[in-house]
Each structure stands twice: as structure tokens, then as C-alpha cells.
Design a protein around this ligand. Structure first.
Ligand SMILES: C[S@@+](CC[C@H](N)C(=O)[O-])C[C@H]1O[C@@H](n2cnc3c(N)ncnc32)[C@H](O)[C@@H]1O
Length: 322
């Protein structure tokens, strides 16, 4: 076992409230991985891949994801807890894990090789980007981790079919931006979650998008005062997708109140439960940044129809009804 990776993983899994330690840990991990993989979170000069379900980000952009330290830590802890749950539900079975969009480092699995043996876990590492897969292969070769790998798969996760007769206990996919824009997370979930067996798990377990009216001034103040509660007007959840509710979106109509006070900025908010109590909420990372939708002052008392469109450029489309 690589002791440096083990120490980093202990920090990420067991030190959730020490932001400084988590920040340093992901940078150390990036140092280890990037030297071997040949892909670094540096200048972005490589190409995204455009699929019928959205954009698969380039190898360099995928490498940058590692450095979003809250994202990486909360997803990794979610995967860890999902594995512990699966070990209870499937005792004595080698757990098969499909990582759909593993990127150049297989960031959300590789560190866990220092916590579980290859007898316990089998990895199916999938990405549409062959450069990223090649980079991840170098890491597995270098650290002697190939006994964990059942297969390397270069395929589109939004249409990939688990071969007949094969069981996958856990599927991981982080292929999203805030408000589920541009990247294929939703189509990947719609395709892969139904392929899980009973008691199989998906990370993230649930993604919830809601509309809130906010005050930019209060939000700026709040960022400067840790722990200050959100103040605003909640116009409700518009989409929730996860292992327990994996369906296509139905159009939703929300109504802007006649009086919004100082809460004039209509925004889409994205909350992610990676697993159990592991959550990424407002401002935790780029995936949770509020997305401005409208100025409520210009639409007092009006109704807004919102529909999530899957396809080449996924995202919410909005239409004022009166
Ligand atoms: C945001 S990066 C995340 C990388 C890594 N999993 C992590 O969490 O740090 C998304 C990765 O998913 C891959 N990807 C996106 N859409 C995909 C698809 N439809 N099929 C297969 N891979 C996809 C991209 O090529 C990229 O490597």
C-alpha cells in the first residue's frame, strides 16, 4: 500500500471539518497523480468531447476537479460510506464498482485502494475520453493497483449497458455543473440507475434543484460571516433525481410573489447528497453555485414554467406564462 496516498485518504475521510488539512491533502494527491499520469490541472489547452447527452470535459478540466477540495472530499466520503453499506447488504461478495467518467486519476476510487483490498472491490473504469483513461492506467500501473481493475471501458455512459450476467453493486458518476447544465449527469443517471440490482447504490445518491429568491447584498455579507443562516424566499424544488427517484423531468410552474422585499434575485440552487449524511450545499463548490435566472422585481405575481431539457446542451428552459 502507498503510505502517502493512505495518509491523504485518512485526512479526506476522517477530518471533514479541517478545511486546511483537506485543501492540502487534495493538492498533495494532485502532485502524486499528475506526475505519473502526465495530465496536470494547469492551463486548459485540450478539447472537450461533445456527445448527444452533453459535454464530456477534457482531461485537464477533469484533473482540475480534484482540486475542488470540498467536492472531492464529500464525494469520496460518499463513495466510502456507500461501500460500507454495500458490505452490509452483500456480505462476503466482491463488490463491483462502475466508475462512469473516471477522468485521468479515477479520483473518487483510487484513494480507497488504501482502505479496501482487491478481494473486496473490483473496478470497472469507464470514460469517453481515451486520454483520460490512458492517464488513469499509468497511475494504476505505477502504484501496482491493477488487481483492482476488472476492465477499462472507453464508452459513453449515457448509453452504456452493463453486459448481461454481470452485476454492478455501485455506480459513481460526477459529470455535472451547477443546475445540471451542459454535462450529461441526468442522462447518465437515467441510463445507469435502472441497471443496478436491488440494494445497489449510486453516488451521488440524490441531486435536488430548487428556485430561491435571494438578496445579493445579504449573500455577500453571509459569505463573510461563517455559520450565518440563509435568508430568502423558497419557491420550491423543481427537480429531484437519485437512486430512489430516477425519472425524467416533468415541467414545473412556480409563481413569483407579489411582494419580494429585498429578495429580488431569482436563482437555481443545487444541493447534492453524495451518500447518507454527506452533502454539498450552497457555495460548497462550483456544483452548488447559485445560477441567476431572473430579476423578481420585473415579474411580480407572474408564473414561470420551467422544464429540464436533456440532449446536446442539457439544462433548464424557462418561459413566463403571462
Ligand atoms: C467532471 S469530470 C470528473 C472526473 C473525476 N471523476 C472526478 O470526480 O474528479 C467528468 C469526467 O466524466 C467523463 N464523462 C463525461 N460524460 C461522459 C459520458 N457520457 N460517458 C463517459 N464519460 C463521460 C469526462 O470525460 C470526464 O473525465
Amino acid at each position: 500500500m502507498n503510505t502517502a496516498i493512505r495518509k491523504i485518504t485518512e485526512t479526506l475521510l476522517l477530518n471533514p471539518s479541517d478545511n486546511g488539512a483537506v485543501y492540502n491533502a487534495v493538492h498533495e494527491l494532485h502532485g502524486l497523480f499528475s506526475t505519473i499520469a502526465g495530465v496536470t490541472a494547469g492551463d486548459i489547452n485540450d478539447e472537450d468531447i461533445y456527445l448527444s447527452s452533453g459535454k464530456a470535459v477534457s482531461s485537464t478540466k477533469a484533473a482540475h476537479c480534484l482540486l475542488e477540495y470540498q467536492r472531492t472530499a464529500v464525494f469520496l466520503r460518499g463513495v466510502y460510506k456507500a461501500i460500507l453499506q454495500l458490505k452490509r447488504d452483500f456480505p462476503n461478495e466482491r463488490l463491483h464498482i462502475l466508475y462512469a467518467g473516471c477522468g485521468p486519476y479515477a479520483t473518487l476510487l483510487t484513494p480507497l485502494t488504501t482502505f479496501f483490498t482487491a478481494d473486496e472491490l473490483a473496478f470497472h473504469l469507464l470514460d469517453i475520453n481515451s486520454t483520460s483513461l490512458g492517464a488513469a492506467k499509468k497511475i494504476y500501473n505505477n502504484f501496482g493497483l491493477n488487481e483492482y481493475v476488472e476492465e477499462w471501458i472507453c464508452a459513453d455512459a449515457s448509453v452504456y449497458q452493463v453486459p448481461p450476467g454481470q452485476t454492478v453493486h455501485l455506480i459513481i458518476s460526477e459529470t455535472m455543473q451547477n443546475a445540471l447544465r451542459k454535462e450529461p449527469q441526468v442522462e447518465i443517471m437515467l441510463n445507469l440507475i435502472p441497471q443496478l440490482p436491488a440494494k445497489g447504490q449510486f453516488v451521488p445518491q440524490e441531486i435536488v434543484v430548487s428556485v430561491k429568491l435571494m438578496s445579493p447584498r445579504l449573500e455577500t455579507e453571509r459569505l463573510l460571516v461563517p455559520g450565518k443562516e440563509f435568508e430568502g424566499i423558497d419557491l420550491g424544488t423543481i427537480y429531484s433525481i437519485g437512486s430512489d427517484n430516477c425519472t425524467t423531468h416533468e415541467a414545473v410552474t412556480i409563481t413569483v410573489p407579489g411582494d419580494v422585499g429585498i429578495f429580488k434575485q431569482g436563482s437555481l440552487l443545487t444541493d447534492i447528497t453524495t451518500f447518507g449524511d454527506e452533502r454539498l450545499e450552497m457555495y460548497a463548490c462550483s456544483l452548488n453555485m447559485p445560477l441567476n435566472l431572473f430579476n423578481a422585481d420585473e415579474h411580480l405575481g407572474q408564473q414561470l414554467r420551467i422544464k429540464y431539457q436533456i440532449g446536446k446542451v442539457p439544462g433548464f428552459e424557462c418561459q413566463w406564462l403571462d
